[in-house]
Design a binder for this molecule. Structure first.
Ligand code: GDP
Length: 140
């Protein structure tokens, strides 16, 4: 299996409830290494660009509002098969359907406020990482 990088966001529901350490403990316990990290307050333009693929969806406005309502932690995770592995560690988008022990089952509040983002494929991982990090900010 290849060593991959994936893009992670700890969403506003996590920063607001002071849970960044608890969520990152789950990520690190799964063997994923945090190789870049910063806490930012996303602008509307950043959130609209990041979730551009969803712009025709009925929840787009709510999603942008939610992502800009409080700080987030953006980070790059590294590990074997990191993209699929982190998706597993996050659990299903809807926390009610997420498996026990996943981030979303343990911490998420709702379908929208679902605690974490993780890239879904190598191409999106590369694009998402490049939106928030310069190459020299990733130190594995
Ligand atoms: P993900 O890859 O598991 O994050 O899921 P998606 O790419 O389908 O959706 C992106 C994000 O949009 C999700 O993580 C949620 O925060 C939000 N979202 C998805 N579906 C809904 C919905 O039906 N209602 C609301 N309010 N937010 C949603």
């Amino acid at each position: 299996m290849a060593i991959e990088h994936t893009f992670s966001i700890l969403k506003p529901d996590v920063t607001r409830r002071n849970l960044t350490g608890k969520v990152n403990a789950v990520i690190e316990a799964a063997g994923l290494r945090i190789v870049a990290q910063k806490r930012i307050h996303m602008t509307r333009a950043q959130a609209e660009k990041f979730y551009g693929v969803h712009k025709e969806r009925p929840f787009f406005g709510e999603l942008v509002e939610m992502m800009t309502a409080a700080p987030v932690v953006v980070q790059v995770l590294q590990g074997e098969n990191a993209i699929a592995k982190y998706r597993e560690v996050m659990g299903a988008t809807n926390p009610e359907k997420a498996d026990a022990g996943t981030i979303r089952k343990e911490f998420a509040l709702s379908m929208g406020e679902n605690s974490a983002h993780g890239s879904d494929a190598p191409e999106t991982a590369a694009q998402e990482i490049a939106q928030f990090f310069a190459g020299n900010e990733i130190v594995g």
